[in-house]
Design a protein around this ligand. Structure first.
Ligand code: COA
Ligand code: AMP
Length: 633
């Protein structure tokens, strides 16, 4: 190894201010920052506090200023509708600056919040960038979430306006957004003042003026609108993510650090240059979509693909290869579950052989652990490096990865490679001491976190401090557990809280339990994520009924499943609710979720010494066998 990576990594840790000062020279500033890092009020660090810039300017105008207005910025391909289009930087800016004007016409100003609840269509990207242009803070809500979740985000963000579309398309099903939005608006205590709805072709819905107007009506008298100057530490967006309770956490991103860090990652982590075609097959409602469908590739000035489809079924398991081949994609970023879905449908790679992937150079996977089987299958098929890298909504970019633009490192199957420059990752054991190589513990990152991460939570400084920065003084607690080996490779083994990862979607079992507890027959319940070959994990619910309930178990189970779908959304993929007699607990009354999960996953477990009544574990085993979760021995 030449040591280039080690050299750069060491510089970033020894002298972060120098390192991130240099990186900041690569972006456009209305006023360059003199103060690189303010450390005076830990854990609230400020990057580039006296810098003045604009997110949208860096994504669009900056490249047009450099004479690249005719270059393709965005390729939209929707196998689900058959629509395709391409937008140059100039064309995209024109759409964005007009919609920015439309937002202003509706009274949206700098600092106001705008909820975006939309499918994967170019207008969603336009809406995000238009907010950035006028300094409004967007909060994109994933389309697979139900009204209840949307309402909680409206309330927490106190959004002024909501942008939506008439519908989204899932294979075999049209997702009618309007009734979902109407219900959310009804449920929310905070009242938004306006809704702008994009009418999809042949799927128009009725609107009630003046509160609800169409995308076209919003553009009626609109003018091109320029980028406003934003202080580096003002917020670009809020992205809500699952917390350990039903109340989602509003992760915020400050403007300057976000632009600097994301632009830096495109070359250094992904080896993408301005002339390359890049594709992130995620959804704009998730952090991967924010960072790598929209912002990072546009900051870099390359071409990004917006794909409205699925890895399988739209129309077949060759959908990904078709996109890569049609647009000469250099690198793809997606979740391992997408590749597991393709592998399941087309294990021999028959579809693959129909396409020309000669321009394809690398595949990046994240969102959940990439199992070695899937990585090896993809490597064999694609004959390119397959890179598992680890990150979180909180950080917005990878904490550990093979930094392919700096130096290609060898793959260790099952590891998410080494800490990326900027992140000083450590393992802390339960006795609060730092772990030696290969010793398991909580994965933490020494403060300050690099630019582009989360400076706080929306309106919740105290929650930020208590939740993430207090258990280990001077460190950010990732809530992932694992170890670092003797070569510095990081191995992510599990979450330490109640978060589960279902098909790359982050969900809280606590939030699902809150919904189940609302059922009038349910006395108590436990929800756990059990291993699933396709989706990584799937939630199952174990329910204990109140005494004297007369309804039959099957009806209650169906009602519970329906409630979760209605309150959290189809994305929870909650399809199993089993009525049981008792839950195993410790003598102090704590439900032994970890032990039940091990039983369900059929892995070895130790009888917890504090268990109240060991016989309950046998009862649970029987119930899991009866419900086909577990095979009988
Ligand atoms: N709007 C509305 N509903 C949505 C939705 C959206 N944007 N996205 C998913 N859903 C629904 C699906 O229609 C499905 O509903 P159903 O219960 O009626 O079938 C449910 O939510 C679960 O969806 P999903 O998790 O996507 O499972 P699936 O079985 O439909 O597809 C995969 C499986 C693997 C193909 C799919 O999960 C996938 O493509 N995953 C990629 C993950 C990803 O991009 N993660 C982002 C982080 S990198
Ligand atoms: P999200 O905030 O939705 O991106 O989810 C973040 C969580 O997903 C992390 O805390 C991990 O638990 C998990 N995760 C993401 N990437 C990986 C990876 N490469 N390996 C293992 N777990 C991962």
């Amino acid at each position: 190894m030449s040591g280039k990576f080690t050299q750069i990594y060491d510089q970033s840790i020894k002298n972060p201010e120098d390192f991130w000062k240099k990186a900041s020279d690569d972006i456009f500033w209305f006023k360059k920052p003199n103060k690189i890092l303010n450390k005076s009020n830990p854990p609230f660090y400020k990057w580039y506090e006296d810098g003045v810039t604009n997110t949208c300017y860096n994504a669009l105008d900056f490249h047009i200023d450099q004479g690249k207005g005719n270059k393709i910025a965005l390729i939209y391909d929707s196998p689900i509708t058959g629509n395709k289009s391409k937008f140059t930087y100039e064309q995209l800016r024109s759409k964005v600056s007009k919609f920015a004007g439309a937002l202003k016409d509706q009274g949206v100003n700098k600092g106001d919040r705008v909820i975006i609840y939309m499918p994967m269509i170019p207008e969603a990207v336009v809406a995000m960038l238009a907010c950035a242009r006028i300094g409004a803070i967007h909060s994109v809500v994933f389309g697979g979430f139900a009204s209840n979740e949307l309402a909680s985000r409206i309330d927490d963000s106190k959004a002024k306006l909501l942008v939506t579309a008439s519908c989204g398309f899932e294979p075999g099903r049209t997702v009618e957004y309007k009734p979902l939005v109407d219900e959310a608006i009804k449920q929310a205590k905070h009242k938004i003042s306006k809704m702008i709805l994009f009418q999809r072709k042949d799927h128009e819905v009725k609107l009630s003026a003046p509160m609800e107007i169409s995308w076209d009506e919003a553009h009626a008298n609109t003018k091109d609108t320029d980028c406003v100057e934003m202080n580096s530490n003002e917020f670009a967006y809020i992205l809500y993510t699952s917390g350990t309770t039903g109340t989602p956490k509003g992760i915020v991103r400050d403007i300057g650090g976000h632009i600097v860090a994301l632009k830096w990652t495109m070359k250094n982590i992904y080896n993408i240059d301005a002339d390359d075609i890049w594709w992130s097959a995620s959804d704009i409602g998730w952090i991967v979509g924010h960072s790598y469908i929209v912002y990072a590739p546009l900051f870099k000035g390359c071409t990004t693909v917006l794909f409205e489809g699925k890895p399988v079924g739209t129309p077949d398991a060759g959908a990904f290869w078709k996109i890569i081949s049609d647009y000469k994609v250099k690198s793809l970023f997606t979740a391992p579950t997408a590749f597991r879905a393709i592998k399941k449908e087309d294990p021999e790679g028959k579809f693959f052989s129909k396409y020309d992937l000669s321009k394809f150079e690398s595949l990046f996977l994240a969102g959940e652990r990439a199992d070695p089987d899937t990585i090896k299958w993809a490597e064999n098929l694609l004959k390119v490096p397959v890179i598992d890298h680890w990150w979180q909504t909180e950080t917005s970019w990878a904490i550990s990865s093979n930094c392919t633009g700096i130096e290609m490192m060898k793959t260790k199957y099952g590891s998410a490679c080494k800490a990326v420059p900027g992140y000083d990752v450590k393992i802390i054991k339960s006795d609060q001491t730092l772990a030696k190589p290969n010793e398991m513990g909580d994965i933490v990152v020494k403060l300050p976190l690099p630019p582009g991460t989360f400076p706080t939570l929306w309106n919740a400084d105290q929650r930020y401090k208590e939740n993430y920065m207090s258990n280990y003084e001077g460190y950010y607690q990732t809530y992932d557990a694992g170890h670092i080996d003797e070569d510095g490779y990081i191995w992510i083994m599990s979450r330490t809280d109640d978060i589960i990862n279902v098909a790359g979607h982050r969900l809280s079992t606590g939030a699902i339990e809150e919904v189940l507890s609302e059922h009038q027959s349910v006395a108590e319940c436990a929800v756990l994520g059990i291993a699933d070959k396709l989706k990584g994990q799937l939630p199952i619910g174990l329910i204990v009924l109140k005494a004297g309930v007369e309804k039959d178990d099957d009806t209650i189970s169906k009602e519970c499943i329906k409630m979760v779908r209605e309150k959290i959304g189809p994305v929870a993929a909650f399809k199993v609710a089993i009525v049981i007699k008792r839950l195993p607990k410790t003598r102090s009354g704590k439900i032994l979720r970890g032990t039940i999960r091990k039983i369900a996953d059929n892995v070895e477990y130790k009888m917890p010494p504090t268990i109240d009544d060991p016989a309950i574990l046998d009862e649970i085993k029987e119930d899991l066998i009866k419900n086909n979760i577990l095979k009988s021995a």
